[in-house]
Each structure stands twice: as C-alpha cells, then as structure tokens.
Design a protein around this ligand. Structure first.
Ligand code: HPA
Length: 271
C-alpha cells in the first residue's frame, strides 16, 4: 500500500469527522467489543466506506471505525481488525494503523484473544504483553520500499510495548483484584489452532500466550514510533498434556467474561 493511499484514507476520514483529532488508537480483538459502550461516539464509519480500507470478513468483528470520547480523551477505535488468515496482505492488515497515525494518534492500545501457554495462567486472565515473538507470519508489513516519511528502515524493537504502561496496567489490575500477568505473545497465522507439538514448541521458545494477530500492527506502530500497550485476554489454555478440544463458543465466552476487566484497565490507563 502506498503513502498516497494512506493519505487519501486519512483525508477522507478528516473530512467526514470535522477534523476530529484522536490522541489514542484502540484496536478491539475478537469477542472484546464491549468497550465501545463506554465511548461517547461522535462519528462511526464503516470500513467499507473508507477508501483503500480492507473489509472485515470475520463474523465476530463489526468492521467500523469509531471516533469519540472515552474518559474525557479523544479516541479512535477499530471495532474489528484484519487478520492475515482472512487473506489480506500484511500491508492491508496494518493499513489502518498508519491511517490512525496520520490522523494524529500518539499511542496505540491493542487487544486480542489468546491461548495461554504459561501454566500459571487461567482462562479469562489478562496478559499485559511485555514482548512478542513474530513467528510464522510469512512476510512482514515493512518489507518493500521504506515509507521514510513514516519511519526508519530498521526500526528499533528493544521495547515494543512501553514498559511504564506495562507496570501501570499491572498495578491497576493488582489494586482492583483483577488477575493479570506480564508476558510474551507469539503470533501464528491460524486459522487452525495449534497442535500439541506446536504448543510444546511455543512454550520452549519462551512464549506465554499465542494468537493470530497483534504482531503486524505493533511492528507498524513501532516503525512510526508510536508507544504501544498490548492486552491479551486468555480465552483457552494450551498446555499440551492437558489440552482440551478448542470450541469457539467457549473461547468467546471466556473473552466476554474478561472483557469488563480489560475495559476497566484501558479506561484507567487513559485516565
Ligand atoms: N491459538 C490457541 N488458542 C487461542 C488462539 C490461538 O491462536 N487465539 C485464542 N485462543
């Protein structure tokens, strides 16, 4: 995707939102849409109406951009994200992040549903992402000519998730009786869940949770020097010896259960 396409989408959104300037971008993951109920929405724009935007295909994703106010802060919220497994290129998956940056965001909050690899975790716990492993994603959104107006050719990845926000999020969780851990997220393409042998390998690699999103968006955000907060909701446990059959309904139910906790932490962080 070209800089011109990013700029055209940005201009379209500026025109349709009276130049609303969000300071924080929020991406809501699978089953984690309830935060929008707390947003005082000023503008809601379906992805399909935005020039060059990919259109979401997953049923549990709504597919629109919301501009509004959350705890007094101007935010832009992606209700539904794009996954590589849906058939989009890595550049399409990350296109909205670049648009949000041009719209003015100064930080990005990403959420996702993830499988727990760390045996200290329980279903519906939160994991505040403190690092990631970009694995099995064939390709990378930054491959190709560098968009040098957005960032450097070789972006630093020494602190992809802002350490002070990780600490803050853990503190908020602790003082409010919310189960949360800091941990490493590993990305896979999906859409199939992993085999026991794969879970064994992912644990050996040092991952605490596994999921099918987030890493491409964070790479692109860091390319543009955006500070990132990442929150995984643990929707199922992936310990090979105790593996149960994955059921999407159970996964969604676990996400819904943890959703108020995640929403609370995001609001507290913003405030
Ligand atoms: N793998 C395993 N379990 C999961 C995932 C995944 O990618 N996402 C949510 N639960």
């Amino acid at each position: 995707m070209t800089l011109q396409q990013i700029q055209e989408a940005t201009q379209f959104l500026q025109q349709h939102t009276q130049h609303f300037t969000p300071t924080t971008g929020i991406i809501l993951g699978t089953g984690l849409g309830a935060l929008v109920q707390d947003i005082d929405v000023a503008y809601s724009i379906d992805y399909e109406n935005i020039p060059h935007f990919p259109v979401s295909t997953v049923e549990s994703h709504k597919g629109r951009l919301l501009f509004g106010t959350l705890v007094g802060k101007q935010v832009i919220c992606m209700q539904g994200r794009f996954h590589y497994y849906e058939g989009y290129s890595m550049q399409q998956v990350t296109f909205p992040i670049r648009v949000m940056k041009l719209l003015g965001i100064q930080q990005l909050i990403v959420s996702n549903a993830a499988g727990g690899l760390n045996e200290n975790y329980q279903v519906s716990d939160l994991m505040i992402i403190n690092d990631h492993i970009s694995l099995f994603l064939p390709g990378n959104p930054l491959i190709g000519p560098n968009l040098s107006t957005l960032g450097d050719r070789f972006p630093d990845m020494s602190e992809p998730y802002e350490a002070k926000f990780v600490e803050k999020a853990l503190q908020i969780a602790q003082s409010n009786g919310i189960r949360a851990h800091a941990g490493v997220y590993v990305s896979v393409t999906g859409p199939q869940l992993e085999t026991k042998a794969e879970y064994r390998m992912l644990r050996l690699l040092g991952a605490d949770a596994v999921g099918m999103s987030t890493v491409p968006e964070v790479i692109v955000a860091r390319h543009m020097d955006l500070p990132v907060v990442g929150i995984s909701v643990i929707t199922d446990m992936c310990i090979p010896e105790q593996l149960e059959k994955a059921e999407i309904q159970k996964i969604l139910a676990a996400a819904y259960k943890a959703e108020p906790h995640m929403t609370f932490i995001i609001k507290e962080l913003l405030a």
